[in-house]
Design a binder for this molecule. Structure first.
Ligand code: SF4
Ligand code: FES
Length: 291
């Protein structure tokens, strides 16, 4: 081998080394190191867990080519006692696929944003224990709602129905003085107590066959909201009449076929079917005429 050839090879290697050190190459190297580190962490956690659970998660993204067709992705997550569906989804997103999309906020069954369809039933992700479910755990968006992306559904129709019953307190009289309390009897408070617990999660509406077939049906959550105010004695008789007029409409309480699916899935244990029945009775009483 000639000296000239040796020099040329050395120069070529130097040039290549220099090329390897471009900012782009450094970024790629850093990315590789981070991915390897993440893999090591995942393996350590999987080794450390009591056991692992397999998630089958619904995926769909209308804006990305190749992902417009719904599919299920598998994720294996470490199981620790007390872990919820939401914890498992957060783990899957953080460790495996940052594009996995779902809603959550409070993580304590208060905001209502993470209602999902898990193993064939509407549930709150943050309230549902992984340990209570059969493997593999199938996680889907709420049925009967348009899917925006992965586990996120469009809640606009649900909100529209809720707003249709005018869900705000509207008393006949205001107490004297700006800071005076608007008092309610303990008995009346007890009467409406359960109805006030709604967190607008939409699970009940999604479980209702009637709502699935009739887009105009007010639905259990909205009727429960109407109940909460119609039964509040502080609103007075006139306001109650107006509220009954709203729930008596063609797509109101009389559409309910007492299937109890809403009551079964409500994460706040609101006796929705009972409230709907009660409003039906109020409606009948309201329309009775004595000649
Ligand atoms: S009534 Fe229950 S299931 Fe329906 S929106 Fe309210 S909290 Fe959710
Ligand atoms: S995250 Fe708020 S209800 Fe589950």
């Amino acid at each position: 081998m000639s000296t000239l050839e040796t020099t040329t090879e050395t120069e070529t290697e130097e040039v290549e080394q220099e090329r390897e050190e471009t900012p782009g190459d450094r970024r790629r190297e850093l990315k590789r190191e981070r991915a390897a580190e993440r893999e090591r962490r995942v393996e350590a956690e999987l080794d450390d867990a009591e056991n692992t659970r397999r998630l089958k998660v619904f995926r769909y993204d209308p804006e990305v080519e190749g992902k417009e067709e719904p599919r299920f992705d598998d994720f294996v997550v470490p199981y620790h006692k007390g872990m919820t569906i939401l914890d498992a989804l957060i783990y899957a997103r953080d460790q495996y696929d940052s594009s996995l999309t779902f809603r959550h906020s409070c993580r304590q069954a208060v905001c209502g944003s993470d209602a999902l369809f898990v193993n064939g039933r509407q549930r709150l992700g943050c309230k549902t224990q992984l340990g209570d479910l059969d493997d593999p755990i199938r996680i889907e968006p709420l049925p009967h709602q348009e899917v925006v992306k992965d586990l996120v559904v469009d809640m606009q129709h649900f909100y529209d129905q809720m707003h249709a019953v005018e869900p705000y307190f509207d008393p006949d009289d205001l107490p004297e003085g700006e800071l005076a309390e608007q008092r309610q009897t303990p008995e009346n408070r007890e009467y409406v107590k359960m109805a006030t617990r709604c967190i607008w999660c939409g699970a009940c509406m999604s479980s209702c066959n009637i709502a699935a077939g009739d887009n105009e049906y007010l639905g259990p959550a909205a009727i429960n909201k109407a109940y909460r105010f119609a039964m509040d004695e502080r609103e007075g008789e006139d306001r109650k009449q107006e509220r009954l007029r709203i729930i008596e409409q063609e797509h109101g309480v009389w559409r309910c076929q007492t299937q109890f699916s809403c009551t079964e899935v409500c994460p706040k244990d609101i006796p929705l079917t009972e409230h709907i029945q009660e409003l039906k009775r109020e409606s009948v009483k309201n329309n009775l005429k004595f000649w």
